[in-house]
Design a protein around this ligand. Structure first.
Ligand code: FAD
Ligand code: A2P
Length: 292
Protein backbone atom coordinates (compact mmCIF):
# COMPACT_ATOMS: atom_id res chain seq x y z
CA UNK A 1 0.00 0.00 0.00
CA UNK A 2 1.27 3.46 -0.75
CA UNK A 3 0.32 7.06 -0.22
CA UNK A 4 1.20 9.57 -2.87
CA UNK A 5 -1.48 11.80 -4.35
CA UNK A 6 -2.08 12.30 -8.06
CA UNK A 7 0.57 15.01 -8.36
CA UNK A 8 3.37 12.78 -7.08
CA UNK A 9 5.77 12.01 -9.92
CA UNK A 10 5.90 8.23 -9.96
CA UNK A 11 8.46 5.80 -11.30
CA UNK A 12 6.14 4.82 -14.19
CA UNK A 13 5.61 8.43 -15.23
CA UNK A 14 9.32 8.98 -14.95
CA UNK A 15 10.08 6.09 -17.29
CA UNK A 16 7.58 7.43 -19.78
CA UNK A 17 8.60 11.08 -19.56
CA UNK A 18 12.29 11.23 -18.76
CA UNK A 19 14.13 7.95 -18.46
CA UNK A 20 16.93 7.73 -15.91
CA UNK A 21 20.21 8.15 -17.75
CA UNK A 22 22.85 5.47 -17.98
CA UNK A 23 25.20 7.81 -16.14
CA UNK A 24 22.85 8.09 -13.15
CA UNK A 25 22.29 4.35 -13.06
CA UNK A 26 26.02 3.64 -13.13
CA UNK A 27 26.84 6.15 -10.40
CA UNK A 28 24.00 4.82 -8.31
CA UNK A 29 24.95 1.17 -8.52
CA UNK A 30 28.00 1.95 -6.39
CA UNK A 31 26.02 3.32 -3.41
CA UNK A 32 26.13 1.41 -0.13
CA UNK A 33 22.71 0.67 1.45
CA UNK A 34 21.06 1.96 -1.77
CA UNK A 35 17.30 2.42 -2.04
CA UNK A 36 15.47 3.52 -5.19
CA UNK A 37 13.39 6.70 -5.30
CA UNK A 38 9.84 5.84 -6.40
CA UNK A 39 8.15 9.27 -6.36
CA UNK A 40 8.88 12.91 -5.62
CA UNK A 41 6.62 15.87 -4.93
CA UNK A 42 7.67 19.49 -4.54
CA UNK A 43 5.53 21.78 -2.38
CA UNK A 44 7.41 25.08 -2.24
CA UNK A 45 10.91 26.26 -3.15
CA UNK A 46 11.87 25.14 0.39
CA UNK A 47 9.92 21.90 0.83
CA UNK A 48 9.52 18.55 -0.93
CA UNK A 49 8.64 14.95 -0.15
CA UNK A 50 9.79 11.71 -1.68
CA UNK A 51 9.28 7.99 -1.37
CA UNK A 52 11.86 5.22 -1.68
CA UNK A 53 11.87 1.44 -1.66
CA UNK A 54 12.01 -0.13 1.81
CA UNK A 55 14.73 -2.61 2.68
CA UNK A 56 12.98 -5.92 3.39
CA UNK A 57 14.77 -6.29 6.70
CA UNK A 58 13.97 -2.78 7.98
CA UNK A 59 11.67 -2.79 10.99
CA UNK A 60 10.92 0.52 12.71
CA UNK A 61 8.45 2.08 15.09
CA UNK A 62 6.28 4.88 13.65
CA UNK A 63 7.91 8.19 14.67
CA UNK A 64 11.54 7.04 14.44
CA UNK A 65 14.28 8.50 12.24
CA UNK A 66 17.11 7.06 10.12
CA UNK A 67 20.24 8.41 8.44
CA UNK A 68 19.85 8.99 4.71
CA UNK A 69 21.95 10.73 2.09
CA UNK A 70 23.97 10.71 -1.10
CA UNK A 71 27.61 10.33 -2.03
CA UNK A 72 29.30 13.68 -1.36
CA UNK A 73 31.77 15.50 -3.58
CA UNK A 74 34.62 13.78 -1.73
CA UNK A 75 33.25 10.36 -2.71
CA UNK A 76 32.15 9.57 0.85
CA UNK A 77 28.55 9.14 2.06
CA UNK A 78 26.99 12.47 3.11
CA UNK A 79 24.31 11.48 5.60
CA UNK A 80 21.69 13.39 7.63
CA UNK A 81 19.02 12.36 10.13
CA UNK A 82 15.51 12.11 8.64
CA UNK A 83 12.25 11.19 10.31
CA UNK A 84 10.45 8.42 8.48
CA UNK A 85 7.16 10.06 7.49
CA UNK A 86 5.46 6.84 6.43
CA UNK A 87 3.92 4.45 8.95
CA UNK A 88 5.61 1.22 10.00
CA UNK A 89 3.19 -0.92 7.95
CA UNK A 90 3.91 0.81 4.62
CA UNK A 91 5.73 -1.06 1.81
CA UNK A 92 7.74 2.06 0.96
CA UNK A 93 9.46 4.76 3.03
CA UNK A 94 8.41 8.40 2.78
CA UNK A 95 10.45 11.46 3.76
CA UNK A 96 9.44 15.12 4.01
CA UNK A 97 12.36 17.42 3.43
CA UNK A 98 13.59 20.97 3.62
CA UNK A 99 15.67 22.41 0.74
CA UNK A 100 18.49 24.43 2.27
CA UNK A 101 19.97 26.43 -0.65
CA UNK A 102 23.58 25.91 0.44
CA UNK A 103 22.94 22.80 2.52
CA UNK A 104 25.56 20.12 1.83
CA UNK A 105 22.92 17.39 1.43
CA UNK A 106 19.66 19.08 0.48
CA UNK A 107 21.16 21.32 -2.22
CA UNK A 108 21.66 18.00 -4.07
CA UNK A 109 18.87 15.87 -2.62
CA UNK A 110 16.22 18.31 -3.87
CA UNK A 111 17.07 17.24 -7.45
CA UNK A 112 16.40 13.51 -7.02
CA UNK A 113 14.05 11.90 -9.53
CA UNK A 114 12.18 8.59 -9.55
CA UNK A 115 14.65 5.82 -10.43
CA UNK A 116 17.60 7.54 -8.69
CA UNK A 117 19.09 5.95 -5.60
CA UNK A 118 19.82 7.31 -2.14
CA UNK A 119 21.73 5.85 0.78
CA UNK A 120 19.63 4.66 3.70
CA UNK A 121 21.25 3.27 6.83
CA UNK A 122 18.72 0.80 8.22
CA UNK A 123 19.14 1.68 11.92
CA UNK A 124 15.99 3.47 13.09
CA UNK A 125 16.06 5.33 16.43
CA UNK A 126 14.16 8.12 18.16
CA UNK A 127 12.08 9.27 21.10
CA UNK A 128 8.78 10.11 19.35
CA UNK A 129 7.36 6.64 19.89
CA UNK A 130 4.32 5.40 21.77
CA UNK A 131 6.51 3.27 24.04
CA UNK A 132 7.98 6.46 25.58
CA UNK A 133 4.60 7.65 26.89
CA UNK A 134 2.43 6.44 29.76
CA UNK A 135 -1.16 5.53 28.83
CA UNK A 136 -3.47 8.57 28.56
CA UNK A 137 -6.75 9.82 27.07
CA UNK A 138 -5.63 12.50 24.64
CA UNK A 139 -2.44 12.90 22.62
CA UNK A 140 -1.11 16.18 21.22
CA UNK A 141 1.42 16.25 18.39
CA UNK A 142 2.98 19.76 18.36
CA UNK A 143 4.96 20.57 15.19
CA UNK A 144 6.46 23.33 13.10
CA UNK A 145 7.89 23.06 9.56
CA UNK A 146 9.32 19.65 8.69
CA UNK A 147 8.72 18.67 12.32
CA UNK A 148 5.42 17.38 10.93
CA UNK A 149 7.28 14.38 9.42
CA UNK A 150 7.33 11.96 12.38
CA UNK A 151 3.65 12.72 12.98
CA UNK A 152 2.85 11.92 9.33
CA UNK A 153 4.02 8.45 10.33
CA UNK A 154 2.22 8.27 13.68
CA UNK A 155 -1.03 9.68 12.25
CA UNK A 156 -1.17 6.77 9.79
CA UNK A 157 -0.50 4.18 12.50
CA UNK A 158 -3.65 2.48 13.84
CA UNK A 159 -2.02 2.19 17.29
CA UNK A 160 -2.25 5.97 17.72
CA UNK A 161 -6.03 5.76 17.58
CA UNK A 162 -6.23 2.57 19.60
CA UNK A 163 -4.23 4.13 22.44
CA UNK A 164 -6.12 7.45 22.69
CA UNK A 165 -9.68 8.88 22.67
CA UNK A 166 -8.49 12.06 20.95
CA UNK A 167 -5.56 12.70 18.61
CA UNK A 168 -4.69 16.39 18.12
CA UNK A 169 -2.07 17.48 15.58
CA UNK A 170 -0.96 21.12 15.54
CA UNK A 171 1.24 22.37 12.70
CA UNK A 172 2.56 25.92 12.61
CA UNK A 173 4.38 27.45 9.65
CA UNK A 174 5.21 30.94 8.56
CA UNK A 175 3.18 30.74 5.34
CA UNK A 176 0.08 28.91 4.11
CA UNK A 177 1.84 26.96 1.31
CA UNK A 178 4.11 25.36 3.92
CA UNK A 179 1.07 23.65 5.43
CA UNK A 180 0.21 21.82 2.18
CA UNK A 181 1.98 18.50 2.85
CA UNK A 182 0.29 18.22 6.25
CA UNK A 183 -3.13 19.29 4.99
CA UNK A 184 -3.03 16.80 2.11
CA UNK A 185 -1.91 14.08 4.47
CA UNK A 186 -4.84 14.72 6.83
CA UNK A 187 -7.21 14.76 3.83
CA UNK A 188 -5.81 11.44 2.63
CA UNK A 189 -6.27 9.89 6.08
CA UNK A 190 -9.89 11.05 6.09
CA UNK A 191 -10.73 10.26 2.46
CA UNK A 192 -8.43 7.49 1.22
CA UNK A 193 -10.45 4.27 1.18
CA UNK A 194 -7.58 2.00 2.19
CA UNK A 195 -6.40 4.27 5.01
CA UNK A 196 -9.94 4.74 6.32
CA UNK A 197 -10.44 0.99 6.31
CA UNK A 198 -7.13 0.34 8.03
CA UNK A 199 -7.57 2.93 10.77
CA UNK A 200 -11.34 2.48 11.10
CA UNK A 201 -14.09 5.12 10.63
CA UNK A 202 -14.79 5.39 14.36
CA UNK A 203 -11.08 5.92 15.06
CA UNK A 204 -10.81 8.67 12.43
CA UNK A 205 -13.40 10.68 14.33
CA UNK A 206 -10.71 11.06 17.03
CA UNK A 207 -8.42 13.03 14.70
CA UNK A 208 -8.29 16.84 15.16
CA UNK A 209 -6.12 18.95 12.83
CA UNK A 210 -5.07 22.43 14.02
CA UNK A 211 -2.93 24.27 11.43
CA UNK A 212 -1.74 27.83 12.14
CA UNK A 213 0.40 30.40 10.31
CA UNK A 214 2.39 33.28 11.72
CA UNK A 215 3.41 35.45 8.77
CA UNK A 216 0.64 35.03 6.22
CA UNK A 217 -3.06 35.34 6.78
CA UNK A 218 -4.97 32.08 7.27
CA UNK A 219 -8.09 30.99 9.17
CA UNK A 220 -6.01 30.46 12.35
CA UNK A 221 -3.01 32.61 13.06
CA UNK A 222 -0.42 32.63 15.83
CA UNK A 223 2.37 30.67 17.42
CA UNK A 224 1.04 27.56 19.14
CA UNK A 225 2.84 28.64 22.32
CA UNK A 226 0.73 31.82 22.40
CA UNK A 227 -2.43 29.85 21.66
CA UNK A 228 -1.64 27.50 24.55
CA UNK A 229 -0.85 30.37 26.92
CA UNK A 230 -4.04 32.27 26.13
CA UNK A 231 -6.09 29.05 26.25
CA UNK A 232 -7.36 29.69 22.71
CA UNK A 233 -6.18 26.26 21.54
CA UNK A 234 -8.32 24.50 24.14
CA UNK A 235 -11.36 26.74 23.56
CA UNK A 236 -11.13 26.19 19.79
CA UNK A 237 -10.94 22.42 20.24
CA UNK A 238 -13.48 22.29 23.05
CA UNK A 239 -11.13 20.38 25.34
CA UNK A 240 -10.02 21.09 28.93
CA UNK A 241 -6.62 22.72 29.62
CA UNK A 242 -3.54 20.45 29.76
CA UNK A 243 -3.76 17.90 32.55
CA UNK A 244 -1.00 15.38 33.36
CA UNK A 245 -3.61 12.81 34.38
CA UNK A 246 -5.05 12.59 30.86
CA UNK A 247 -2.90 14.45 28.33
CA UNK A 248 0.16 13.14 26.50
CA UNK A 249 2.28 15.04 23.99
CA UNK A 250 5.03 14.76 21.41
CA UNK A 251 6.95 17.86 20.25
CA UNK A 252 8.96 18.24 17.04
CA UNK A 253 10.25 21.54 15.69
CA UNK A 254 13.22 23.90 15.92
CA UNK A 255 15.22 23.90 19.14
CA UNK A 256 13.67 27.21 20.25
CA UNK A 257 10.17 25.86 19.57
CA UNK A 258 10.87 22.64 21.45
CA UNK A 259 12.22 24.52 24.47
CA UNK A 260 9.22 26.86 24.63
CA UNK A 261 6.55 24.16 24.21
CA UNK A 262 8.36 21.92 26.71
CA UNK A 263 8.31 24.76 29.29
CA UNK A 264 4.54 25.17 28.84
CA UNK A 265 3.93 21.43 29.23
CA UNK A 266 6.08 21.29 32.34
CA UNK A 267 4.24 24.29 33.77
CA UNK A 268 1.04 22.25 33.34
CA UNK A 269 2.63 19.36 35.28
CA UNK A 270 3.62 17.04 32.42
CA UNK A 271 7.05 15.37 32.65
CA UNK A 272 9.47 14.47 29.84
CA UNK A 273 9.76 10.74 29.16
CA UNK A 274 12.06 8.46 27.19
CA UNK A 275 12.01 4.96 25.72
CA UNK A 276 13.47 3.59 28.94
CA UNK A 277 11.36 5.81 31.21
CA UNK A 278 7.87 6.55 29.82
CA UNK A 279 6.18 9.71 31.11
CA UNK A 280 3.74 12.35 29.81
CA UNK A 281 5.60 13.92 26.87
CA UNK A 282 8.58 13.45 24.54
CA UNK A 283 10.60 15.87 22.37
CA UNK A 284 12.78 15.60 19.29
CA UNK A 285 14.54 18.24 17.23
CA UNK A 286 13.34 18.60 13.63
CA UNK A 287 16.86 19.80 12.77
CA UNK A 288 20.10 20.95 14.35
CA UNK A 289 21.01 24.59 13.88
CA UNK A 290 19.50 28.02 14.49
CA UNK A 291 22.74 29.03 16.15
CA UNK A 292 21.14 28.31 19.54
P1 FAD B 1 22.67 21.19 7.12
O1 FAD B 1 24.10 21.60 7.10
O2 FAD B 1 22.31 19.91 7.82
O3 FAD B 1 21.78 22.35 7.71
C1 FAD B 1 22.04 23.69 7.38
C2 FAD B 1 21.11 24.59 8.16
O4 FAD B 1 19.80 24.50 7.60
C3 FAD B 1 20.92 24.20 9.64
O5 FAD B 1 21.91 24.78 10.44
C4 FAD B 1 19.54 24.74 9.93
O6 FAD B 1 19.61 26.12 10.28
C5 FAD B 1 18.81 24.61 8.59
N1 FAD B 1 17.96 23.39 8.55
C6 FAD B 1 18.37 22.10 8.46
N2 FAD B 1 17.32 21.25 8.42
C7 FAD B 1 16.22 22.03 8.50
C8 FAD B 1 14.83 21.72 8.54
N3 FAD B 1 14.37 20.44 8.46
N4 FAD B 1 13.95 22.75 8.63
C9 FAD B 1 14.40 24.04 8.70
N5 FAD B 1 15.72 24.38 8.68
C10 FAD B 1 16.61 23.38 8.59
N6 FAD B 1 15.16 17.49 7.93
C11 FAD B 1 14.15 17.33 7.08
O7 FAD B 1 14.04 18.07 6.11
N7 FAD B 1 13.20 16.35 7.29
C12 FAD B 1 13.25 15.51 8.35
O8 FAD B 1 12.39 14.65 8.50
C13 FAD B 1 14.32 15.68 9.28
N8 FAD B 1 14.41 14.89 10.38
C14 FAD B 1 15.43 15.12 11.28
C15 FAD B 1 15.45 14.34 12.45
C16 FAD B 1 16.45 14.59 13.40
C17 FAD B 1 16.47 13.76 14.66
C18 FAD B 1 17.43 15.60 13.17
C19 FAD B 1 18.52 15.87 14.18
C20 FAD B 1 17.42 16.32 12.00
C21 FAD B 1 16.41 16.10 11.04
N9 FAD B 1 16.34 16.84 9.86
C22 FAD B 1 15.28 16.68 9.01
C23 FAD B 1 17.41 17.79 9.47
C24 FAD B 1 18.39 17.08 8.52
O9 FAD B 1 19.15 16.15 9.27
C25 FAD B 1 19.34 18.04 7.77
O10 FAD B 1 19.82 19.02 8.63
C26 FAD B 1 18.66 18.69 6.59
O11 FAD B 1 18.32 17.69 5.65
C27 FAD B 1 19.56 19.71 5.88
O12 FAD B 1 20.74 19.07 5.46
P2 FAD B 1 21.87 19.87 4.70
O13 FAD B 1 23.09 19.02 4.67
O14 FAD B 1 21.32 20.36 3.40
O15 FAD B 1 22.12 21.15 5.61
P1 A2P C 1 7.28 33.04 13.81
O1 A2P C 1 6.94 33.34 12.39
O2 A2P C 1 6.53 33.91 14.78
O3 A2P C 1 8.75 33.04 14.08
P2 A2P C 1 10.98 28.69 11.61
O4 A2P C 1 10.76 28.70 10.12
O5 A2P C 1 11.67 29.91 12.14
O6 A2P C 1 11.55 27.39 12.12
O7 A2P C 1 9.50 28.78 12.23
C1 A2P C 1 8.48 27.89 11.85
C2 A2P C 1 7.21 28.30 12.58
O8 A2P C 1 7.40 28.08 13.99
C3 A2P C 1 6.90 29.77 12.42
O9 A2P C 1 5.50 29.90 12.26
C4 A2P C 1 7.40 30.39 13.70
O10 A2P C 1 6.71 31.55 14.11
C5 A2P C 1 7.15 29.28 14.70
N1 A2P C 1 8.11 29.35 15.81
C6 A2P C 1 9.43 29.56 15.72
N2 A2P C 1 10.01 29.57 16.93
C7 A2P C 1 9.02 29.38 17.82
C8 A2P C 1 8.98 29.30 19.24
N3 A2P C 1 10.08 29.44 19.97
N4 A2P C 1 7.79 29.09 19.81
C9 A2P C 1 6.67 28.98 19.08
N5 A2P C 1 6.64 29.03 17.74
C10 A2P C 1 7.79 29.24 17.11
Amino acid sequence: MRRGGPSWLSMTEMTEQAPVTQATATKVAALPDAQTVTSVQHYTDRLFAFRVTRPQSLRFRSGEFVMIGLIGDNGKPLLRAYSIASPSWDDELEFYSIKVPDGPLTSKLQHIQPGDEIILRPKPVGTLVHDALLPGKRIYFFSTGTGFAPFASLLRDPQTYEDYDEVIITHTCREVAELTYGRELIESIRNDELLTELIGEENLAKLRYYPTTTREESPKMGRITTLIETGELFTDLGVPPLDPAHDRAMICGSLAFNIDVKALLEKAGLREGANSDPKEFVVEKAFVGDGI
